[in-house]
Design a protein around this ligand. Structure first.
Ligand code: FCB
Length: 452
């Protein structure tokens, strides 16, 4: 960058993010039960190349080395997720202390290295027995989540700086239950909307035991946002963009922050709308200490009367894309953060994920991922612009620490700052890792020396 002229607050959290199923492997060790991702990825035709998370980055065995890697980058925050099937293998009932031990050691290892733990409780690896009993469309899954959240926070307590209940409930509900791209691979929009409601309900209900067990930690949720632009100035396109925003963004944001579902989207869903019991929205809207914002790209939307409320006609864009085919659109991140502040009076924000996949090549022991460096530069500058505009953004977590199991894309999409050779498990920091480390050093010159 231009790093020198962008000054972030001195207590800003510079972090990296991962998720349990994407990195841990060791799927049947120390009492872990099966998750919906084990089942889904084992089914033919679901994941590119027939990949699974059985080994992934083998982080379960290499976690100390991975923490050292983080320390060498100079990050002061690490966002990881806890695997529910390690903690309560059957989804409900007996707590598997051996599963909790892993996160206990991880958290202590982070603290020893001066890195604040940011734990996400649900990043999509639902215990398979809960799916067999109906999964998220079944209300009792929310009760099971509360017991699980209680078990984790009881053990890890205030050693964790911040807990997020859910990661991207939109993806969990719609990619999993409406579009079939993610586990459990169902294609039923009504189920998806019911799943979405129970994910939100589980979030709100879990806040109670979480706060009781970890009163000194921050508690919140991580939502994914898509920047949405109408294709033209025509009012019909603006209306289409508003509809898509209702589906993609407001359906999750508004119940959490405002205690109501957006009326336009609710009406549009008609008989697909979920069953909501009295008092649910009060639970969902319980106060949170922070909102986690995941941002990657935008969608340009045009009107199409044929397209239902759960979709939009998208318009191709010009300009750079990542390996995911996603447009590089940093302005969308500034706009989003400002909007959250101005329209929603959002609580303090963390950018909990942002990053890009590129077709990295390891040449002579190095990866010159200049496009990823540019992506990070532009998006971190975009965060800075939002802070300048008055938004309270407290941290930024690059997705991801290292290349990992990218869900339905298997190992074919690399998002890491660190290259992973999945044959040998060798880790090679890419140029972007060096760039990020330098940025952090410039931003935190007075940071205390890490404890050895
Ligand atoms: C997000 C997920 C994360 C990762 C990135 C690329 O939707 O939360 O696990 O797959 O996308």
């Amino acid at each position: 960058m231009s790093k020198a002229h962008l000054r972030f607050p001195s207590d800003f959290v510079w972090g990296v993010a991962t998720a349990s199923y994407q990195i841990e492997g060791a799927v049947s060790e120390d009492g872990r039960g099966p998750s919906i991702w084990d089942t889904f990825s084992a089914a033919p035709g679901t994941v590119e190349g027939g990949a699974t998370g059985e080994v992934a980055c083998d982080h379960y065995h290499r976690w100390e080395q991975d923490l050292d890697l983080m320390q060498s980058l100079g990050v002061n925050g690490y966002r990881f997720s806890v695997a529910w099937p390690r903690v309560i293998p059957s989804g409900t009932g007996t707590i598997n202390e051996a599963g909790l031990d892993f996160y206990d050691r991880l958290v202590d290892g982070l603290l020893e290295r001066g890195i604040a733990p940011f734990a996400t409780l649900y990043h999509w690896d639902l215990p398979q027995p809960l799916q067999d009993a109906g999964g998220w469309p079944d209300r009792t899954t929310a009760d099971a989540f509360v017991a699980y959240a209680d078990a984790v926070t009881r053990r890890l307590g205030d050693r964790v700086a911040a807990y997020a209940t859910m990661n991207e409930p939109w993806c969990a509900a719609f990619l999993g239950y409406a579009f079939g791209h993610h586990a459990p691979g169902l294609r039923d929009p009504k189920l998806a909307l019911q799943a979405a409601h129970h994910l939100l309900l589980a979030h709100g209900a879990a806040l109670e035991p979480m706060r009781a067990n970890a009163p000194g930690a921050q508690h919140g949720i991580v939502l994914d946002f898509n920047a949405i632009t109408p294709a033209t100035d025509a009012p019909v396109d603006a209306a289409a963009a508003k509809r898509f925003d209702g589906f993609r963004n407001r359906w999750f944001l508004e119940p959490v922050l405002l205690g109501r579902y957006p009326a336009d989207a609710h009406e549009g869903y008609g008989e697909l709308a979920p069953r909501i019991e009295d008092g649910d929205l009060e639970v969902i809207a319980r106060p949170i200490d922070f909102l986690g914002v995941n941002y990657y790209t935008r969608t340009i939307v045009a009107d199409d009367p044929e397209v239902p409320h759960l979709a939009a006609r998208t318009v191709p864009f010009e300009g750079p894309t990542t390996e995911m085919g996603w447009e590089v659109y940093p302005q969308g991140l500034t706009d989003l953060l400002l909007r959250l502040q101005r329209e929603y009076r959002a609580p303090p924000l963390f950018v909990t994920e942002n990053g890009a996949a590129y077709a990295d090549e390891l040449k002579d022991g190095a990866v010159a991922d200049v496009e990823r460096v540019a992506y990070f530069e532009q998006h971190i500058a975009a965060v800075h612009a939002a802070i300048e505009g008055g938004t309270d953004v407290r941290g930024y977590f690059a997705w991801s620490l290292m290349d990992n199991f990218e869900w339905a894309f298997g190992f074919n999409k690399r998002f890491g700052l660190v290259y992973v050779d999945f044959e040998t498990q060798e880790r090679v920091p890419k140029r972007s890792a060096g760039w990020y480390a330098e940025l952090i050093r410039e931003q935190r010159p007075a940071a205390p020396l890490e404890r050895a």
